[in-house]
Write a protein that binds this ligand. Structure first.
Ligand code: CTP
Length: 417
């Protein structure tokens, strides 16, 4: 899912030379999944023709409050309600002044007065006009009213001068808009750190010990958490999966790398989800040269890796901690033992085996809580299982106070009632 997927944006274009960049801005916003309706002022038409915007937006451009056909299709009040965001780019000094004084003397100004949606402006003007106390007072007033002011940037200007007043580049505006309209959901404001995939423990330059984890479940949980509004950091072992939109990914190889990355990313984390199939053992003495075969058997000395999940749970800045358990038998008993031993808030257990879970698109989870509760999710596609698991995590995290970090007593021997 693109970061502006399903979002509706009215792009107001006013009469400044930076208007030549606005068709590119339409493309950048659409690339991220937004629907864009362009509304031009009379001044904007001096710089770019409506036909250009129509071609890039795929919608007829609106530029006249008194256009009977346009008003019949979608009246200006309807347009004001339709938009999730009204973005004015470029916003000239004159338009900012009109906006600040609440004028309704053309279509764009009228719909800005009539909208209850978010409004953002990307100013563009000569540096002296920008620095003028009148403009600065108008911009301060807009900020006070809760409008987002994107830029301006500094640099060489169309008039040949250098200074502050350039419109931000379309890609930067699109990124800022995506951040402004970031997904709303039960995990809004939550920083969620998640591990996924297998780890690889090096034997020699051409061999390693690993496991069959594909990372699909973890990536699905990362995507679902992002869709629920969380700020997601995904620490991924070697997998061939695309990074979910809006998720920050840190690639690692071994259990030691993963441990280091998790500890680095932990500060400020509210929820930690450990879906990775971390190797429990690694070769004690990995070698730099390929091991040659001989007639005799080969003994490989293995040593324990760090239990990352237990380390996070025991950390002084302990977040809400969710573990996974992969079991081939006595799933509930083993999962509950892990919940207690690693002092977790929740554990999601699944049954693994020769033809179950690993590399598959479907899964089923048994989720156990430290208070003894149990909830079964699935069976079903990993994407849907992930969505339900994230909903449960959000509910439990909020019920536990929703903050971070927390000091949590060691969980006792819990028995489900
Ligand atoms: N885990 C971890 N670090 C390790 C091993 C496991 O963080 N070195 C995490 C996994 O990501 C998972 C949980 O611990 O969330 C349980 O992993 P699992 O492999 O089911 O259990 P283990 O603790 O490794 O125990 P066992 O292999 O004996 O079942």
């Amino acid at each position: 899912m693109a970061s502006l997927s399903g979002k509706k944006i009215v792009l107001g274009v006013t009469g400044g030379i930076a208007a030549y960049k606005s068709p590119d801005l339409v493309r950048r916003l659409r690339e991220q999944g937004a629907e864009v309706q362009v509304v031009m002022t009379a001044g904007a038409r001096q710089f770019v023709t409506p036909i250009t915007f129509q071609a890039v937006s795929g919608r007829e451009v609106r530029d006249d409050l008194w256009d009977p056909a346009g008003e019949a299709a979608m009246g200006h009040i309807e347009l004001a309600r339709w938009a999730d965001l009204v973005l004015v780019a470029p916003a000239t000094a004159d338009f900012i002044a009109r906006l600040a004084s609440g004028r309704a003397d053309d279509l764009l100004a009228t719909l800005l007065l009539a909208t209850e949606s978010r409004v953002a402006v990307a100013p563009a003007m000569n540096r002296v006009m920008w620095a003028h106390p009148a403009t600065q007072a108008n911009v301060a007033l807009l900020r006070e009213r809760g409008l987002a002011v994107l830029g301006p940037g500094a640099g060489e200007q169309a008039c040949g001068e250098t200074g502050e007043g350039r419109m931000l580049e379309p890609t930067e505006i699109a990124t800022r808009v995506a951040a402004l309209l970031g997904p709303e959901g039960p995990l809004k404001g939550c920083r969620l750190l998640i591990t996924a995939g297998p780890t690889r423990e090096r034997i020699d330059p051409v061999r390693f010990i690993s496991n069959r984890s594909s990372g699909k479940m973890g990536f699905a949980v990362a995507a679902a958490a992002r869709a629920a509004g969380a700020d997601v950091v995904l620490v991924a072992g070697p997998v061939s999966l695309a990074t979910p939109d809006g998720v920050r990914r840190v690639d690692v190889e071994s259990a030691a790398d993963m441990h280091e990355a998790v500890m680095r990313e932990l500060p400020g984390t509210h929820v930690y989800v450990s879906t990775a199939a971390v190797a429990d053992y690694r070769p004690a003495k990995p070698v730099d040269r390929k091991i040659k075969k001989t007639e005799s058997a080969l003994d490989l000395d293995l040593e324990r890796t760090v239990d990352i999940l237990a380390a996070v749970s025991a950390h002084p800045q302990r977040p809400f901690v969710v573990g996974f358990a992969a079991e081939t038998h006595d799933v509930e008993m083993h999962a509950r033992q892990k919940l207690v031993k690693k002092n977790l808030d929740l554990i999601a257990a699944n049954e693994v085996g020769d033809d179950k879970v690993f590399e598959k698109d479907d899964n089923a989870l048994m989720v156990l809580a430290r208070d003894g509760g149990r909830q079964d999710i699935g069976p079903g596609p990993k994407t849907l299982i992930a969505r339900d698991l994230v909903a449960l995590i959000a509910q439990r995290w909020r019920a536990a106070g929703g903050g971070a970090p927390r000091v949590v007593p060691q969980v006792g021997a819990v028995v489900r009632g």
